[in-house]
Design a protein around this ligand. Sequence first.
Ligand code: ZN
Length: 273
Amino acid sequence: MPELPEVENVRQTLEELVPGKTIDQVIVQVPKMIHGMEPDEFVHTLIGQTIEEVRRRGKFLLLDLTHCTLLAHLRMEGKFRLLNEQDEVSKHTHIIFHFTDHTELRFLDVRKFGTMEITHKKGEEETKSIQKLGPEPLSELFTLPPFAEKLKRTSRAVKTALLDQRLVAGIGNIYADEILFRAKVRPERAGSTLSDSEITRIYKETKNVLREAVALGGSTIRTYVNSQGKLGQFQEKLLVYGHAGEPCPICGTTIEKIKLNGRGTHFCPNCQK
Ligand code: ZN
């Protein structure tokens, strides 16, 4: 599933490609992907509007148009592609935004889990989807005291807490494992057992790992590629994720993989306390 760095990479690519384009037709092939209104209303709302800017909040892409904002969530495998209208439409294309310049922004999703909804312009914070999100980890709004307080109050595993988008937005399975490895904390530790210095390390590594991953275009794991088909490079920097059975890059102990709340979880039993 794309996490913050991958969604940010998609955002940056779309920001280069689609602002200034005016929608003159929308085709919705899979109605359940449209939330909050009927597909007909979705289509009619968008026709005639011009894309102005592409923003991101957590794992959501936000397309600001003339009169509204379109929220898109890629979920497991959703992808945007900018193509020409005469280009072949693959069978996994579920939503098409056709522009007046004869190009099309197509939303492809093998799993059909992706979602879109419309809110009034820059009104995303009023939607249920965005309202429940915690702070953006790479913004000034992500500060240590509330993060520490929430972690100390929970008996849940620290990794599970990091995956909870209410604590901090945008972290998924890959980056949670990398953050906790770099912070030298075991993923299954209850939040309430963490020391101040451990929490500070987790906080700092959250910023470091995500910042580095954004700079490298995210991680290309399985099917994720950005909107121009380019691959991210951060997968080469992953230290534990996908490395079960291999020696830890720090101490040489074999990296273990366990299931934690149903999620494959990688850690070094020696480095992480
Ligand atoms: Zn180690």
